[in-house]
Structures are given as C-alpha cells and as structure tokens.
Design a protein around this ligand. Structure first.
Ligand SMILES: Nc1ncnc2c1ncn2[C@@H]1O[C@H](COP(=O)(O)OP(=O)(O)OP(=O)(O)O)[C@@H](O)[C@H]1O
Ligand SMILES: [Mg+2]
Length: 351
C-alpha cells in the first residue's frame, strides 16, 4: 500500500521576507559582503549598533579592525570560514566581538556574524582582579603566621620574653584572616540577588543607637565620643534592620579608625517626606577628592600600609554600597584632607 504524503500545514516560508525576519530576530549583528567587498545586506542588530545604514560601504569603514579585514579577505579569496575575536573601534567606542566569518555559496560573497562579548570580557576581568586581590589579602597574614611559627619552632619557644610577642602576632594575624573571611561572605551575600534581607517596620533611631553602642568600646579606646543627633519623633520605616546596621557599623568603624584621639563622631538622622538621610561624620584625616569614587571599590584603601595594620581589607565600603543598592538607597561623600569626612546615606522614604 502506498503511503500518502503527509500534508504539511504549518511550515514557514523562507523567502526573502522570511530570511529578513530570521536575521532581524538575531541578537548578533550580521552583514553580507559581495564579491567586490561591499556590504549588500545587514540585519537590525547591526543597524542599531552602528546607528546608520552601511549598505554599499566596505567592512573596514564600519569596524576598524585588522583581524576582521583579514578574515573577510580570506573568506572571499580562499573560501575558508574562520572564527576570530576582534577588538574593533566603532566610532569612539572600542568593543570586543567574536566574529564568525564564512564564505557564501556563489562567487566571492561572505557572511559575517558579530557576537558582542564586551560586557562578558569586562565581567571576566573583574572576576580575575577579585581573585588576585583576595589571594593577596590571604597570603599576607599567612606569610606572617608562618614566619612567627617557624621562629618559635627554631628555638624562640624557649625564650618566653620573645615567644609571647610571636604568639600575640599569630593571634592578631589569625583575627585578620577571620575578618577577611567574614567580609568576603558578607560581600557575596550583599551582591547576590537571591539572598533576601527581610524588611520589617523598624525605628531607624534605634538602629542608629544599636550600631553606635556596639562600637562604644572601640570609640572609648581612642577617647572618642559618638554623638547621636536624632529627631524627637520616631522614624519608623520598612527596612532591613540588619542590613542598615551593617551599613552604619561599617561607616562608624571607619570614622573611628580615621579620627584623632579625643575627637567626636556624629550620627545625624533626618526624615523628610521625600527621603531619609543618615549622616556619619568625623573630624579626622579626611579623604582627597581623587579617591572619592575609588574607596567604594573592593579592596581599595587610600593608605594600604596603615589600613592593613588596623586589620582593614578594603571591603567595608564595597559592602555598604551593595547593601544600599539593594535597599534602593545611595551613599554620598563630602570630604577633603584634614577636614574629616561626611558619609551621607539616603533611603527612600516610603513607609
Ligand atoms: N571616615 C574616613 N576617613 C578617612 N578615610 C576613610 C574613611 N572611611 C574610609 N576611608 C578610606 O577608604 C578606604 C576604604 O574603606 P573600607 O571601609 O572599604 O576599607 P577598610 O576600612 O580599609 O577595611 P575594612 O572596612 O574592610 O576593614 C579606607 O582604607 C580608607 O583609606
Ligand atoms: Mg572599613
């Protein structure tokens, strides 16, 4: 018995219009070059990338990249397909593409598919910098601990007067490692979208009080007073008390660290219908304008040597910035060398 040919009802038409639809649905930018090396077909992604119609132009006039020019020529003349990574300037911007360059059937035509990997490359660089920085931060205290332990093993144990200071050194460096591990885990939690900080009706003045109280003894050691300037009426908002406390403790620790003996550190809370503002102010060494953005970067310290002695890893303000981002808030800094620093946290005022 002869089988009846199946009737295909839903098959799409792939004519010129169909092809155009396919090309325009692609995320990658595509263009086709004819046998004279001129662009004869583009897709929407390419038009949007270049912000103009480039049909009739030569590829070298849209993306300035030697590698791409060579790959197109090879495909035209030798009829071989290649995949190349190209750093190409488009106007003023340099972008990185993974380009698939293939000969078309027929004489001389070439199709180029450009996959923009600029953001991917940048993210990869950030990750690599992070690993390099974290490794460095781990290595420094580990080297010190090993040094102390080796000296003890080599005979210093028998001399109690020096042994004591080496053991103290080991303890100090171990605490530093512990803090680093805690900061790293906090940072990863603040950065991760899945980790929720639970919101609840919170009296913000209470959070300010609690944060200041937990640093009372650190402040006392330097003869500092933490002054709280709170509104007379409670300011209750839906926030994560834990995240806000984390932010304030970081700012207060920095303020204490960089204050001079006997100074004052001031926390001011203000609520307007538009926003909530909490300012942490110190009268210490201050920060030069050129570092105002950089201090929020991971591991950045203005004075690495000094900060390291105090156990700082440079992660505190990066954690602060991430936490505030998640709360829909922001942080701004006013400071100049010798003039102290004012870190102003703003939060949306919605109740
Ligand atoms: N109140 C301040 N006054 C002067 N400099 C400050 C102040 N706050 C921060 N800085 C500078 O910004 C740098 C980054 O601060 P951050 O809190 O991120 O790191 P850290 O305090 O060094 O280390 P960590 O907070 O991880 O213990 C500090 O090393 C310091 O140089
Ligand atoms: Mg800090």
């Amino acid at each position: 018995m002869k089988e009846k040919p199946k009737k295909r009802r839903g098959a799409p038409k792939i004519d010129a219009v169909g092809l155009r639809t396919i090309l325009d649905s692609m995320v990658e930018a595509v263009f086709v070059v004819d046998d004279e090396g001129r662009i004869v077909l583009t897709n929407r992604a390419l038009d949007e990338l270049l912000e103009r119609d480039v049909r009739g132009a030569r590829p070298k006039n849209l993306i300035r990249s030697g590698e791409l020019r060579l790959a197109v020529r090879r495909a035209r003349k030798q009829r071989v397909a290649t995949e190349v990574e190209v750093d190409g300037a488009i106007g003023e911007r340099v972008r990185t593409f993974r380009a698939q360059v293939s000969p078309m059937p027929g004489p001389g035509g070439v199709v180029v598919v450009l996959h923009d990997v600029t953001a991917l490359k940048a993210a990869d660089q950030v990750r690599r910098d992070f690993v390099a920085n974290a490794t460095h931060e781990l290595r420094t205290p580990l080297t010190a601990i090993r040094g102390y332990a080796e000296t003890l093993a080599d005979g210093a144990l028998a001399k109690p007067e020096v042994a004591e200071s080496f053991v103290a050194g080991i303890l100090r460096q171990t605490q530093r490692l512990q803090r680093l591990a805690e900061d790293l885990s906090l940072l990863s939690r603040a950065e991760s979208a899945e980790q929720g900080y639970e919101l609840s009706a919170t009296d913000l003045a209470v959070v300010c009080h609690d944060s200041a109280a937990s640093l009372e003894s650190q402040a006392k050691e330097k003869g500092l007073t933490i002054v709280l300037d709170m509104p007379s009426r409670p300011v209750v908002r839906q926030v994560s008390a834990r995240a806000l406390e984390e932010v304030l403790i970081n700012l207060l620790e920095n303020a204490i660290k960089h204050s001079r003996m006997g100074d004052e550190v001031r926390v001011t809370l203000r609520a307007t219908p538009k926003e909530i503002a909490i300012e942490v102010r110190d009268y210490g060494v201050g920060i030069s304008k050129k570092f105002h953005d950089r201090i929020f970067e991971r591991f950045f310290r203005v004075d690495p040597g000094r900060s390291r002695e105090e156990g700082g890893s440079g992660l505190g303000l990066a954690i602060v910035r991430h936490l505030l981002n998640r709360m829909g808030g922001a942080i701004a800094l006013k400071s100049a060398p010798g003039k102290g620093a004012r870190f102003k946290v703003t939060l949306p005022s919605a109740k």
